[in-house]
Design a protein around this ligand. Structure first.
Ligand code: SF4
Length: 138
């Protein structure tokens, strides 16, 4: 996961990754060894690097359309370098991510979160996108 959108993820069970948001904050003991934080902070202050801002939260709206250009079905890990349900990500932007997932419906998208309210957020965003997700969010 050297770049924000990698063709090959180091997480073995999913490839590739799509990061319309990077950066996050620790919210649980499960964040103690966050690989994304460690990786991003390594490049804080490096001019021009994708993680010049370290692990500070940053939106990348220009990345939203990337899955639409991938014509072959893929299993895509969304926000491997953040948490899509981070409380400071604008709700409209979360909806934009879900709209992209609906548009690129030949792919399978995987979202992991440590935010407790994620289920509500995911359902609301998916609902706005007109996508039926009941039974697929756990
Ligand atoms: S929520 Fe996820 S991305 Fe954010 S600090 Fe915790 S493990 Fe890292």
């Amino acid at each position: 996961m050297i770049t924000s959108v990698a063709d090959r993820s180091r997480i073995e069970w999913t490839t590739p990754t799509l990061n319309p948001v990077t950066g996050s904050d620790r919210v649980s003991p499960g964040c103690a060894h966050c690989y994304a934080l460690t990786f991003a902070e390594r490049f804080r202050g490096v001019p021009g690097h994708g993680y010049e801002q370290g692990f500070d939260l940053k939106l990348w709206p220009d990345r939203l359309a990337i899955p639409l250009r991938w014509k072959q079905p893929r299993l895509i890990f969304v926000n491997s370098m953040s948490d899509l349900f981070h409380e400071r990500i604008p709700f409209d932007f979360v909806c934009d991510v879900f709209r992209t997932m609906k548009q690129a419906d030949w792919h399978t998208f995987q979202i992991l979160t440590k935010r407790g309210r994620a289920s509500c957020g995911a359902r609301a965003a998916a609902g706005l996108a007109g996508q039926r997700v009941d039974g697929r969010i756990h």
